[in-house]
Design a protein around this ligand. Structure first.
Ligand code: URA
Length: 273
């Protein structure tokens, strides 16, 4: 018979499971023993005050806001950013992405080499990234770093996401939220000028390539990514998200094979497909 796991290990693993599923807050300030109370007590309704109006001249696309106007504003701000520092500041000051007003602590832009030959684009920040202000620094990020390191890409990547604020509960970012962040992402691609893109997970692959297939069909194949204005073009490869690999370790060999295919092309002098 297998000995029972100690209670603290069981509790720790359960908490980790919840945190990964995006459950990182209690409903009530004080714990409530519902068995003792003998009846269900509904949590207090959330105070749904509308956010204060944006300062004059600024666009805010909160729930029900004007996404088209926010995209135009994002394009203007992104075009004005002369370098990555200016772009980071422009993102932090932008009020047009609804996610900014849905509980995110701060904007999360990028990490890595400013002149990297490879740009990794994930889905969006999670809890750890929201707390630290950098992309891919949680468990999934650690696995991503290990894989990039093993492929010889450690200092040759620039890492970012399709959205720059954490979606509440780690839900998938909506196409509208991605659209308001896209001008900044495209400007980052222009400034870094990578040779190729690695699109990590379905929300990144589908939004960047405007494809509807699932990630299992997209992964490991080469696509040509094109910017909205058509002035930038790069080879792009979708692959599995490291958070998925943590849940399904059996899929790691597929992601590893994608990374090797990509590295082989990146290191080839002509970089042709
Ligand atoms: N998952 C992502 O897609 N991006 C991050 O930055 C972290 C987790």
């Amino acid at each position: 018979m297998t000995p029972a796991a100690p209670f603290d290990r069981v509790a720790e693993s359960l908490l980790a499971f919840w945190a990964e599923a995006g459950i990182d807050a209690m409903l009530l300030d004080e714990p409530l023993d519902r068995i003792e109370a003998g009846k269900f007590v509904a949590p207090k309704p959330v105070d749904k005050k509308p956010p204060p109006p944006p300062p004059a001249g600024q666009v805010r696309a909160g729930p029900g806001g004007d996404i088209a106007a926010a995209v135009i504003e994002a394009r203007r701000l992104a075009a004005e950013a002369k370098d990555l520092e200016a772009l980071k500041a422009a993102i932090a000051g932008f009020d047009g992405c609804p996610l900014k007003f849905e509980g995110a602590r701060q904007s999360v832009f990028c990490r890595g080499a400013a002149d990297a030959p490879l740009m990794v684009i994930g889905e969006g920040p999670g809890a750890e990234e929201d707390a630290r202000g950098e992309p891919f620094v949680g468990r999934a990020g650690q696995l991503l770093d290990k894989m990039l390191g093993a492929a010889g890409l450690k200092d040759r990547v620039f890492i970012t996401n399709t959205v720059f604020w954490r979606p509440p509960g780690n839900r998938t970012p909506s196409p509208q939220e991605q659209a308001t962040c896209l001008p900044f992402l495209e400007r980052a691609i222009e400034l870094v000028s990578p040779k190729m893109l690695l699109l990590v997970g379905a929300p990144s692959a589908k939004s960047m390539l405007k494809r509807e297939e699932g990630i299992l069909s997209l992964r490991g194949r080469w696509f040509e990514w094109r910017s909205e204005a058509g002035n930038l073009e790069l080879p792009a490869m979708p692959t599995l998200h490291p958070a998925f690999l943590l849940r399904q370790p059996g899929a790691k060999k597929k992601a590893w094979s994608d990374l090797l295919t990509l590295t082989e092309r990146l290191d080839r002098p002509d970089r042709g497909a």
